[in-house]
Design a protein around this ligand. Sequence first.
Ligand code: NDP
Ligand code: AOF
Length: 377
Amino acid sequence: MPLPYVLLSAAVSLDGFLDDTGPERLLLSGPADFDRVDEVRAAADAILIGAGTIRADNPRLLVNSAERRAARIAEGRPEYPLKVAVSGTGELDPAAHFWHTGGDRLLLTTDRGAARARELGVAADIVTLGEELEWRAVLEYLHDARGVRRLMVEGGGTVHTQLLLQELADEIQLVLAPLFVGDPAAPRLFGPGAYQRGRLRLLETRRIEDVVLMRYVPTAPGTGRGAANAADRHWLALACELAARCPPSRTAFSVGAVVVAADGTELARGYSREGGDPVVHAEEAALAKTDPADPRLATATVYSSLEPCAHRSSRPVPCARLVLDAGVRRVVTAWREPDTFVTAADGSGVLAAGGADVVVLAEYAGRAKAPNGHLLG
Ligand SMILES: NC(=O)C1=CN([C@@H]2O[C@H](COP(=O)(O)OP(=O)(O)OC[C@H]3O[C@@H](n4cnc5c(N)ncnc54)[C@H](OP(=O)(O)O)[C@@H]3O)[C@@H](O)[C@H]2O)C=CC1
Ligand SMILES: Nc1c(N[C@@H]2O[C@H](COP(=O)(O)O)[C@@H](O)[C@H]2O)[nH]c(=O)[nH]c1=O
């Protein structure tokens, strides 16, 4: 199921707090950083916050720049991004600014919360997602029913923690502010939990007056059987980019592949016909760069823009078998092999029979096919 690109945005003190316990919102960002936040909002289809932030901050969550709003309109988008609040209880102040400013407002809640919010007269489109609020259901609803492709999440800590723990965050934009809160009762950005193993990847640092913006992306492959996480989407997109680098051929597919350890370390990458070998396949090229004795292969994931091959004439061992022989037991791919060169090739079937988990993210099929258009008729 395609999901929106989920960007978590927050500012923290040097001792890791999102706010203090006083009645006013703590300003961690400075003017220039708030303007950057405004720009990030303007680029989003929707901005989401938890009910706790509405209660604590009474935010408006607007795009404040008239130029940015005008640019949105000129692009055929609504003047303001959709504002989304999540609440289980529906215990919300109907007079809060959130419900009376900006463009469309949506409350995503439970059956019980919807009844309570309606009783209170909350001025929003109130949508229940059942007895419990599941984050994957929230994101699927926003993508499918509301057309949200880019979602900015502006807290608070409870919401950020859940999205990160459930591996649904594609990016963290974190601002570190040079002040201390020092009050253990103040809210923290991330609470305790079983986070992804390994290190996140740093995309960018930027000095903005006296604060520093850090942009991180999760890298650790998913672990749930048949399910993908945000890092899986990132790595598969990279495999599709590698496919576009293949020397063109009229007699073979262009495919990219990446081998990634469970902690998010890239072990190897490859693409079809790499290095002047006219018949080498992407998975074969990537696996050849790994050490067969590397214990990380047993828990690694292979990302391949096209499913690993099940039959080949150019080499004795097909790629699905090479993957299994390497000890890898998880493959994420964008596209099942069509009958162009081999009828009913079923690399996924070979992998599954060998005990591997195969995840097909069909939303990347367009990118995987793009360098192969001339072969598809
Ligand atoms: N510095 C910064 O960048 C930011 C700071 N903040 C600060 O964060 C603090 C608020 O954070 P926090 O208290 O963690 O609140 P949150 O904004 O994360 O909201 C938590 C609430 O959201 C609802 N919710 C979240 N997940 C679920 C779920 N899975 N199912 C049902 N309901 C859910 C619940 O609402 P309900 O209780 O109605 O059921 C829950 O109490 C404030 O002090 C604010 O100033 C906030 C944003 C950014
Ligand atoms: N305090 C704080 C943030 N707080 C976020 O900004 C929201 C309020 O936005 P607005 O309605 O435009 O005033 C607030 O509810 C919370 O989500 N964000 C930041 O980038 N830096 C900060 O220092």
